[in-house]
Each structure stands twice: as structure tokens, then as C-alpha cells.
Write a protein of this length. Structure first.
Length: 366
């Protein structure tokens, strides 16, 4: 029992140290990237390998807190703003996904990685969903996991860093300011309701522990129901827990296994980030969206990281979360199924072609 408690508390202590260091250095997303980096490094020492553990309720509870915080930033104007942009946004998202697929095919032509593995490693979808798709397509799940991890690290580091250097950070987080509402303790029942919705929708929605509370609180906020505020310590703890979960999921050994090919997928990720920033620039030119909001809406990162970055620089976090949610639903809900259908049929056709094109040797067949 004592060892279990130590294994749970230790990663949080390491994460706090990393978070403080990143915060002092004014790094982007300090309370996510700091704990993640410190744990990745600390786990590389043999003595600490595979000894740390994070209970699911801590990670899921942290996602619920962030989902509620994001939902509090929604207003009626948010839905009026996002509505006309949904279809154009989805069209450009499909174009960015096609760029990822082309990148994956291009790499498979020049290195010793099969096409299916390379495509699934390049798609900016959820790590779990892409690995699951790779298993059903007989792709190399281990390589997909490694290269998707490289993509995740590149996006989580590069996008916030770039955005924070392009735009001035605001003095106070929008998500913290916007929640200065009701102080009645009974009003926290609404937050409990939002958490229950997240739990009930966990089998139906991607990223349910964020999306469920976000949609619930957004609806209550739009209806004019007075909601309480989170103390900033909860907001920091939520980011710390997510950073710890990333740190426990990723290891230096996994990255080493990818060898020289990791660099190729890092380059394709940077190409995709550049393309998404370009799409954001064009979108802001032809619409009323601010440049920072548009760029973060198209960025191929996680909803949580992009919305937190939006709140840091004073961009419209509600619009970013809405459009990132549309992107997330499409990539996780539709892309794996389409890829399975297309790639499986193509593989079957190739096998059939190879079989029929093989000359028959009567002597051998006898």
C-alpha cells in the first residue's frame, strides 16, 4: 500500500519541479510541458523505470476541470460566429489530412516502412485511434505508436512556442478572468452535473471527459445560468495531471526505437504545422476571425493544448475549442474508418494483382 502511494505521488512531485522550472523560464504551457519533460527524463534512469502510476480518476478529473473551464468561455455570440465557418473549416481540414497522407506515402517510397504504417503514422489524429486502426490493417503498431509520439511532441512544443512568439501573451488567462461569477457553494452542483455528463458520454464521444463537460457548461452559460468560478489552483493542477499523463506515456527508449526515421516524421509534422498556419492566415483574411484564433483553430494539436495557448495570448478560446472540436470529431470519428476501407481494399487489390500476374510454371506446379 505504501509503495502504491509513493508510486502515485512521486510523478506529481517530479512534475511540480518541472512545471516550476518551465514557469520560471516563461515556457509555453509550462504546467503541461514541464511535468511531461521532467518525467520523460527521470524515467530514463533504470531505477525508476515502470515504477510510476497515475490513477485514472486523477487524469479524467483533470480533463473534466479543463472542459468546464473551456465551456465557461462560451457565449451566444460564439455559436453565431462559428456556425458559418463550419463547412469551410471542415473542407480545409480535409485538405490538411490529404497533405498528411501524401507525406506518409512519400516517405514509404524511400525508406523501409510499409505504406499503411507510414500513412497512419502521419495522420494528425488521436494516438490511441491511429494505433487501433494500424492493428486492424496489419500495419506495424509499434512504429505507428513511436512516430505518432514524435508528432505529438513536435506539435505540443512547436505550436505554442511559435504562437507565443508571434503574438503578445495577455497578463491574465482569459479562462480565469471569465469565471468570476457566482460564489454560492450550491452552484457547484452544475460542475458535478458536467462531470457526470463526461463520464456517461465516455463510450460515445472522443475525448469525452473534455467534450462532455465543455458542451454542458457552454449550454448552461448560453442559457444565462449563473455559474461559479474555479480557483486558479484547480486549473494548474489539471494541467499538471495532464502533463504527468503525457510523461508517463512517452519514454526516451520509444523514441530511440524509431531511429533515423523519427527525423522524417518530424519534418512532415513541421510541414503540416506550416500548412495549417498558412490555412489559418487565409481563413482570417477572408473571414472576421482574428489571425491568432484562426491559426490555433487549424493547428494539428490537441484541443486542450490549443485552447490553453489561445487563453494565454488572449485569442478567442471558445471559437478555438469549437473548431478544434469539429476537427477532432472528423479525424477520430471518420478518418480511421475511411482509411481502413481504402487501405484494406487497396492492399487486397495489390495482393490479387500480384497473384494473377505471377507466371505459371507447369514444372514447378507439378
Amino acid at each position: 500500500m505504501k509503495n502504491n502511494i509513493v508510486n502515485i505521488v512521486s510523478p506529481y512531485i517530479i512534475g511540480i519541479v518541472g512545471g516550476l522550472l518551465f514557469h520560471i523560464c516563461q515556457a509555453p504551457l509550462a504546467w503541461i510541458l514541464g511535468p511531461m519533460c521532467s518525467l520523460i527524463v527521470f524515467k530514463s534512469f533504470p531505477k525508476h523505470k515502470n515504477t510510476y502510476y497515475q490513477p485514472a480518476f486523477l487524469k479524467n478529473g483533470s480533463f473534466i476541470i479543463l472542459g468546464i473551464s473551456f465551456g465557461l468561455s462560451f457565449t451566444k455570440e460564439t455559436f453565431l460566429t462559428v456556425g458559418p465557418y463550419a463547412l469551410p473549416f471542415l473542407s480545409i481540414t480535409i485538405f490538411l489530412i490529404l497533405i498528411s497522407i501524401i507525406n506518409g506515402i512519400f516517405i514509404s517510397k524511400f525508406v523501409n516502412i510499409d505504406r499503411n504504417t507510414s500513412i497512419l503514422a502521419s495522420i494528425p489524429g488521436g494516438l490511441t485511434e491511429m494505433v487501433a486502426a494500424s492493428e486492424s490493417l496489419n500495419a506495424n503498431s509499434s512504429l505507428v505508436t513511436i512516430f505518432q509520439t514524435v508528432r505529438l511532441l513536435a506539435v505540443v512544443f512547436l505550436v505554442p512556442f511559435t504562437i507565443l512568439h508571434l503574438f503578445e501573451p495577455s497578463n491574465f488567462s482569459e479562462l480565469v478572468k471569465i469565471t468570476e461569477h457566482n460564489t454560492n457553494p450550491l452552484s457547484f452542483i452544475w460542475f458535478i452535473l458536467a462531470g457526470i455528463v463526461g463520464w456517461l458520454s465516455r463510450l460515445k464521444l472522443p475525448a469525452a471527459y473534455v467534450i462532455g463537460p465543455l458542451l454542458t457548461i457552454a449550454l448552461l452559460n448560453v442559457l444565462g445560468i449563473s455559474l461559479p468560478s474555479f480557483h486558479e489552483i484547480f486549473f494548474i493542477f489539471a494541467q499538471l495531471s495532464i502533463g504527468v499523463s503525457f510523461g508517463l506515456m512517452i519514454s526516451l527508449n520509444d523514441l530511440k526505437k524509431g531511429g533515423k526515421y523519427c527525423g522524417l516524421y518530424l519534418i512532415t509534422t513541421m510541414i503540416l504545422i506550416g500548412a495549417s498556419f498558412g490555412a489559418g492566415f487565409l481563413f482570417s483574411t477572408f473571414t472576421n476571425l482574428e489571425l491568432a484564433t484562426a491559426m490555433l483553430s487549424f493547428a494539428p494539436g490537441g484541443l486542450v493544448e490549443m485552447v490553453l495557448t489561445a487563453s494565454t495570448i488572449g485569442a478567442d478560446s471558445a471559437v478555438v475549442s469549437s473548431l478544434q472540436f469539429i476537427r477532432l470529431l472528423f479525424i477520430i470519428g471518420i478518418v480511421p474508418s475511411v482509411l481502413k476501407f481504402v487501405l484494406r481494399n487497396k492492399t487486397t487489390n495489390e495482393i490479387s494483382t500480384n497473384y494473377t500476374s505471377t507466371p505459371i510454371n507447369p514444372e514447378r506446379d507439378r
